[in-house]
Design a protein around this ligand. Structure first.
Ligand SMILES: Cc1cc2nc3c(=O)[nH]c(=O)nc-3n(C[C@H](O)[C@H](O)[C@H](O)COP(=O)(O)OP(=O)(O)OC[C@H]3O[C@@H](n4cnc5c(N)ncnc54)[C@H](O)[C@@H]3O)c2cc1C
Length: 317
């Protein structure tokens, strides 16, 4: 049986990151999805519930950055001989995936939006030129190491019986950066994390001010959405830089992306064009965002959005 090895991100609290379900579903298009969990073994049951046919577990030295995960990945590759090694395109996992590819001299496909198999082997799908094209690339040798854009694959697998296998990992002894101290910061809000959110409400320069950005946040809260922004809104100080979506910000692939007062510059589109459904509200009918929007409203956002919020609240009752 062909194996597709999946590295799952474990959150500091011990559970799996929201990217896990999409990773396993994507991997299953290539082979039997076998999960690797480095850290608390409790996450193994969650991995099986999300469709992993087997779960490999390995201990983590929580003070060492990335290296224990790369060592565990290398051990899992040697043992399973997978056709694909798939990880999330998160800060932690893309670092581990790149290091694994460099260490084992394997091909790397970063930030893919899908993966498949054809007669010749594994094919990775990329969103290119600001999302204008989906292109395919295939390695000429393997296995392929790939990182999957969070939210790009929305399929879900059926739960599998829990089969846990302990992985013997020989530490490579390569020097690693270590965490010497850390301090916890309070989460600034209860809103979902932008990266990987199912719904994103984003505001642009058209919102006009930091105070008026509250309207964007209000709509996000009614929808249980994450808040995003264009670079112009960030540069104007309406929101922190962490909210920036686009070429030099966060790449998102939600089911629903609502753009408020965002013209749709190519650099912004690069970060959100793979959203399943795009809704744009802009007062300029010529705004390029309407070229990619599934639903567009030409109007003043300060008139349209309060109506929308009221309608959504009434719908909830
Ligand atoms: C190297 C490089 C990297 C970049 N990276 C990024 C990036 O990562 N992300 C990013 O977003 N940009 C990025 N940019 C900037 C990008 O080119 C645009 O300048 C930016 O996206 C514009 O932001 P905006 O759409 O909010 O502003 P604008 O283009 O000014 O658009 C504002 C829109 O609001 C509308 N509007 C105004 N008032 C209202 C109202 N009351 N109601 C409804 N609509 C209204 C206007 O009609 C207009 O369409 C980058 C640029 C460069 C050169």
């Amino acid at each position: 049986m062909v194996v597709a090895l999946v590295l799952l991100d474990v959150l500091p609290g011990g559970g799996l990151s929201a990217s896990a379900a999409g990773l396993l579903a994507a991997a299953e298009r290539v082979g039997e999805p076998v999960a690797l969990v480095v850290g608390p073994a409790d996450a193994a049951a969650e991995a099986a519930a999300l469709g992993a046919v087997r779960v490999l577990t390995a201990d983590a030295d929580s003070d060492a950055l990335t290296l224990p995960v790369v060592d565990a990945l290398a051990a899992a590759v040697a043992r399973e001989r997978p056709d694909l090694v798939l990880a999330a395109n998160s800060v932690e996992s893309r670092d581990a995936a790149a290091r694994l590819a460099a260490r084992l001299r394997l091909p790397l496909a970063a930030d893919i939006v899908g993966v498949a198999r054809d007669d010749l082997g594994v094919v990775a799908q990329h969103s290119a030129f600001g999302g204008a094209f989906t292109v395919e690339g295939a390695p000429t040798f393997g296995p392929l190491v790939a990182t999957l854009r969070p939210g790009a694959v929305t399929d879900r697998l059926d739960a599998q019986p829990l089969i846990v296998e302990r992985l013997e990992v020989v530490a490579s002894g390569i020097p690693s950066a270590r965490i010497e101290s850390f301090s916890e910061t309070a989460a600034p809000s209860s809103r979902p994390e932008l990266r990987g959110a199912r719904t994103v409400v984003a505001g642009g320069r058209g919102v006009g001010s930091r105070e008026d950005f509250a309207l964007v946040e209000q709509l996000a809260d009614v929808l249980g959405a994450a808040v995003g922004a264009s670079r112009a809104a960030v540069d104007a100080g309406y929101v922190p830089a962490a909210a920036q979506v686009g070429q030099t910000g966060v790449t998102v692939s939600p089911r629903l992306y609502i753009a408020l007062g965002i013209s749709g510059a190519i650099q912004h589109r690069a970060g959100m064009q793979t959203a399943t459904t795009i809704v744009a509200i802009d007062k300029d009918p010529e705004a390029p965002i309407f070229d990619i929007a599934d639903f567009g409203i030409v109007g003043d956002l300060f008139t349209v959005v309060p109506h929308l919020i009221r309608a959504l609240e009434a719908h909830k009752k």
